[in-house]
Design a protein around this ligand. Structure first.
Ligand code: TYC
Length: 104
């Protein structure tokens, strides 16, 4: 630890944490379409965004009415992984569901 030569006081280095910016956060959104079943969308929101059935249903209905809806906000790598998992699941099930991320 550094000491001040003149009076012997201890110099504590600034915590590195204070000099590091917090990570950019990304919104993960679902987009509406005319074909994906409502029940499938509710199940996706529950599975990948950790929402209970009631919250997932509200989000799904918002997407259905407004064209898009927020499922969660995450650091870039987590948001990107969620988008990929949702799209892979939807395509395997034969649904055109779209999931996108946007900087928050
Ligand atoms: N609009 C779809 C239907 O009427 C339901 C739906 C909701 C689809 C949300 C996609 O992200 C979505 N079956």
């Amino acid at each position: 630890m550094a000491t001040n030569q003149e009076n012997g006081s201890v110099l504590i280095p600034k915590k590195q944490k204070e000099a590091v910016k917090p990570p950019s956060m990304y919104q993960v959104l679902l987009l509406n379409d005319d074909y994906t079943p409502m029940e499938f969308v509710v199940a996706i929101i529950q599975e990948y965004f950790n929402k209970d059935r009631e919250t997932a249903t509200q989000i799904m209905l918002k997407v259905h009415r407004d064209g898009k809806g927020l499922c969660g906000i995450y650091p870039k790598d987590i948001a990107s992984t969620k988008v990929e998992l949702v799209l892979t699941h939807a395509r395997k099930a034969g649904h055109p569901l779209q999931c996108v991320m946007e900087e928050a």
